[in-house]
Ligand binder design. Structure first.
Ligand code: TYD
Ligand code: MG
Length: 496
């Protein structure tokens, strides 16, 4: 009766050793964790982003023993905010005014900056160039986890030739503390080097290629990226080293690695550009030490990146006005940019007309077409409409609406907007022209580039200022009025 099997079967379950679950599925895009595998992450909605990871089971409720601070006579650890000492922010110039502008005036010691961008866009080039420039003033460490020291040296030499310093070695000729190079992927060695050298600036290219041997997971996985960044951040804050981290961008255009990385760093910059154009745009998506949405413009040349200090010229077509083009003044952060828009409106041969946009949201175009159809009576639903922003810039702000409307109407009517005219204004659904921010700044930029006329929403109060700038200001309350002011004829007068 009492066979060994029967005894085993009758042992109460509580006495059996229960295996502890130490495996979890971690989303490689947002860092969400689950015990179960799903094809789609419940946290961020990404497909196939869950990866199984073995984690040591940690009891998160256990607290580290620390001496109590609340006993009589012992000062508390917190302090009144008035008593907190203030240190003036001493920013370090990165060597490039465009990069400084995006950073909010330069690199802040002890801060972490994440630079993201597509492969081959020029992240390594930008950071090596600025490391080179900074090395003439402060010690800089460049950690290359992706390329060998030889490759970096080759690139460095190419960049050096740009400045006419062919024979210079790192540190030589620059007359400063110099640039040191470490080609290493092991986090521990990188941390040791940082502690030993205590550089003012360190570049980590890239954070995804660093590897902490203590963690079981593969390089580039969420836990690796997060832990490496956290370890680097601790050192950076402790010894006031400004860290520039390169981050990769996934196919979908997200910064690869967990969102937590974006929370960990002080600034997130993105480097973007058109594969077919040579200019590159640097933007701040997050910045604890400055404004976001500042724009820096660079141009990729055969010897590295050159700054473009007058980007409006880049985004102007250059061949003067043509039917279907309109010029707007967009504002990126505090930077006004004069940009040309081009529209092509032609009779459709499809059941539903085609609407295609480059550099502007398609929904915005749909809305503007609907407003023009309703309030100007233009039969645009029988026409295909293509819209493009010159120079590959992305224009998001509604202040571009009037320019879009004018370009569409001009193309539809085969009209050319008079040369020297800029259009600024947001369209309301009722056909009214709404005021936009930073109008004075926009007018200044238009005047600087030789424009003579600006069509703007009514009530700006900037007439005298515009006159001082040599601009004729034409104010309009509605899109119909604005188009008459811009084109000189009434586009609604002659209906198809
Ligand atoms: P890189 O900085 O390696 O890009 P990332 O680090 O973002 O992947 O830039 C690589 C591209 O830049 C490559 O296609 C070649 C081009 N390039 C130039 O055109 N001129 C140059 O002087 C350098 C260094 C690179
Ligand atoms: Mg690179």
């Amino acid at each position: 009766m009492n066979s060994p099997t029967a005894t085993f079967l009758h042992t109460p379950p509580a006495l059996l050793p229960v295996p502890r679950v130490t495996s979890q599925y971690v989303c490689q895009a947002c860092g969400a964790r689950t015990r179960q595998f799903f094809g789609r992450c419940a946290g961020c909605g990404g497909w196939n982003t869950l990866v199984e990871q073995q984690e040591a089971a940690a009891d998160s409720r256990r607290r580290r023993p620390v001496a109590p601070a609340a006993e009589a006579g012992v000062p508390r650890r917190s302090e009144p905010i008035q008593a907190v000492g203030e240190r003036p922010l001493q920013r370090l110039a990165s060597g490039y005014a465009e990069l400084d502008r995006v950073l909010g005036g330069g690199l802040v010691p002890g801060s972490l900056v994440l630079l993201g961008g597509d492969p081959g866009i020029g992240k390594s080039t930008l950071l090596l160039q600025s490391a080179r420039a900074m090395a003439s003033r402060v010690p800089v460490l460049y950690v290359s986890a992706e390329e060998s020291a030889q490759q970096v040296k080759l690139r460095w030499r190419r960049l050096a030739e740009r400045d006419g310093a062919e024979t210079a070695e790192p540190g030589e000729g620059d007359g400063g503390p110099g640039l040191r190079l470490l080609a290493e992927t092991d986090l521990e060695l990188v941390l040791q080097e940082l502690e030993g050298l205590r550089p003012a600036v360190a570049v980590i290219d890239s954070i995804q290629a660093l590897h902490d041997a203590e963690l079981g997971s593969a390089p580039g996985s969420v836990s690796q990226v997060r832990d490496c960044a956290a370890a680097l951040a601790r050192i950076a804050k402790r010894q006031d080293t400004a860290l520039l981290l390169v981050g990769h961008v996934t196919k979908e255009g997200m910064l690869a690695g967990p969102k937590v990385l974006e929370h960990l760093v002080d600034a997130v910059l993105t480097f973007e550009g058109d594969r077919f154009a040579s200019h590159r745009l640097l933007r701040a998506v997050k910045n604890r030490f400055g404004a976001t949405h500042e724009l820096g413009v660079f141009e990729m040349r055969d010897r590295g990146l050159a700054e473009v200090s007058n980007p409006s010229e880049l985004f102007l077509g250059g061949d003067g006005p043509s039917p279907g083009s309109g010029v707007i003044v967009a504002c990126e952060g505090t930077r006004p940019l004069v940009v040309e828009l081009q529209a092509l409106v032609s009779p459709t041969s499809y059941a539903s007309p085609r609407r295609t946009t480059t550099g502007i949201a398609a929904n915005r175009l749909h809305q503007i077409l609907a407003v023009l159809e309703k309030h100007l009576g233009l039969p645009l639903s029988r026409f295909d409409c293509y819209l493009a922003v010159a120079g590959g810039l992305e224009v998001e702000e509604p202040a571009a609406d009037l320019g879009v409307a004018a370009a569409v109407v001009a193309s539809h009517r085969d009209l050319t907007l008079p040369a020297g005219t800029v259009l600024v204004g947001e369209l309301g659904l009722g056909g009214q022209l709404r005021p936009v921010g930073q109008l004075e700044l926009r007018l200044q930029e238009a005047a600087r580039l030789g424009f003579v006329r600006a069509v703007v929403p009514k009530g700006s109060g900037l007439g005298p200022i515009a006159a001082g700038l040599g601009l004729e200001l034409r104010e309009a309350a509605s899109v119909a009025e604005a188009l008459v002011a811009a084109l000189g004829t009434d586009p609604a007068a002659e209906r198809d």
